[in-house]
Design a protein around this ligand. Structure first.
Ligand code: ADP
Length: 372
């Protein structure tokens, strides 16, 4: 009985803390050590203090002899499964069906596990990522809500932002069944972003597809993956250098109660956050890295301005923030998953990622920016 009480109390405290924090959550995920890391034994880069469990979760990063401590809403250790991570976000996904605008970002240096977290490992159902799991949940819940009189229309678009340029990742004007790879989304086509009177983002000429099942969306995700690899060879671009934005618009109507909801779910695999000094970039790579740094810092500027309730929020400073403007702030919900690698050679980048995430984490409890 005592254990149950303890558990309940912990849950209660945890939920209270989450409520106080408002609409931004930050999770941290440490990926396991991989053979390609070239390290034989688990390095002592991270430790996971348990004393912080009641008020969120803690993680220590050990750099040389220095220890840096961070607290996040949730910390996933290397052995955390995709299912365990999804369980923690499923309510957030659900809220898109309830009419909320939701953004889930994966942030971190290249190789830290962002794509694994979002998409998972192809061909391995156990290792499906947050995007396929979210879609399965949405369509399953949609079915059960239909019995209560709800009807839903769902539309999907997928784009990437590379060097501050939008590329459509879905072929235009085709239904799901007869879609094949097209030249759509090649470099040079200009997509403009506007916000309509209802506060929705409209990207000119962007392909938007009506979807009725998670299988249809999986098909589109495969198409998008192909478009990304076409872009890669045409523009010598690696997918880690661009932001991938998956958007699902959900419109629901209940005839018997005359209720209407309009939710949006944005799932974003951000470009690698590595700094210039480490990437050693020159020429095109330098330009790419600068564009990535600019848009990532614009994203944090927007989050900080919203947290401080500033009059001017600099949404227009990058394509990414302008695109997501209606889904950031207000009563929208944001989750940032910061991914880090346990490889000792990445410790500097991991520290940067954790510091960035800790600042975002501190946002809604009102810690002024200069003190963080
Ligand atoms: P990023 O998208 O940040 O560049 P990836 O998601 O491609 O990084 O991950 C780099 C490598 O690590 C991939 O081989 C991926 O399968 C593996 N990986 C990442 N996270 C995990 C995890 N939690 N469990 C197992 N393998 C992982």
């Amino acid at each position: 009985v005592k254990i149950i009480e303890g558990e309940n109390l912990r849950k209660k405290l945890h939920n209270t803390v989450l409520e106080l924090k408002g609409n931004i959550r930050v999770f941290c995920r440490v990926r396991p050590l991989l053979p390609e890391d070239g390290v034989n034994t688990e390095p002592k880069v991270f430790s996971y203090p348990t004393a912080l469990e009641v008020l969120g979760r803690g993680i220590d990063l050990i750099q040389n002899v220095q220890k840096h401590s961070f607290t996040f809403d949730k910390v996933f250790m290397p052995d955390a499964s995709q299912e365990e991570v999804f369980v923690e976000i499923s309510q957030l996904v659900q809220s898109a069906l309830d009419g909320y605008k939701v953004c889930i970002f994966a942030y971190g240096q290249t190789g830290s596990g962002k794509t694994y977290t979002m998409m998972g490992r192809p061909g391995s159902p156990d290792q499906k990522g947050l995007i396929p799991r979210s879609l399965e949940q949405i369509f399953k819940t949609k079915q059960s809500l239909q019995q209560q009189g709800w009807k839903y229309d769902m539309q999907v678009s997928m784009l990437e932002i590379y060097n501050e340029t939008i590329r459509d990742l879905l072929p235009a004007n085709r239904s799901c069944s007869d879609m094949s790879r097209t030249e759509n989304g090649v470099a040079g086509k200009q997509y403009t972003i506007k916000h309509d009177a209802n506060g929705n983002t409209v990207v000119s000429d962007l392909t938007i597809v009506d979807v009725r099942s998670s299988r249809e969306v999986s098909y589109l995700l495969d198409q998008a993956a192909q478009s990304r690899s076409v872009g890669k060879t045409q523009m010598n671009e690696e997918s880690s250098r661009s932001h991938f934005v998956f958007t699902m618009r959900i419109s629901g109507y209940n005839e018997s109660t005359d209720q209407q909801v309009q939710g949006v779910l944005n799932l974003i695999d951000l470009a690698g956050s590595e700094r210039l000094s480490r990437s050693g970039a020159t020429g095109d790579r330098l330009k790419e890295t600068q564009a990535i740094n600019k848009s990532l810092s614009s994203l944090s500027d927007v989050i900080f301005a919203l947290a401080k309730k500033e009059d001017h929020v600099p949404f227009r400073n990058s394509k990414l923030t302008y695109l997501l403007q209606p889904c950031l702030g207000g009563d929208s919900k944001t989750l940032m998953v910061v991914n880090v690698s346990p490889d000792p050679s990445s410790v500097g980048e991991s520290l940067c990622s954790l510091r960035f995430a800790a600042r975002v984490n501190a946002c809604e409890i009102g810690i002024p920016r200069r003190q963080t």
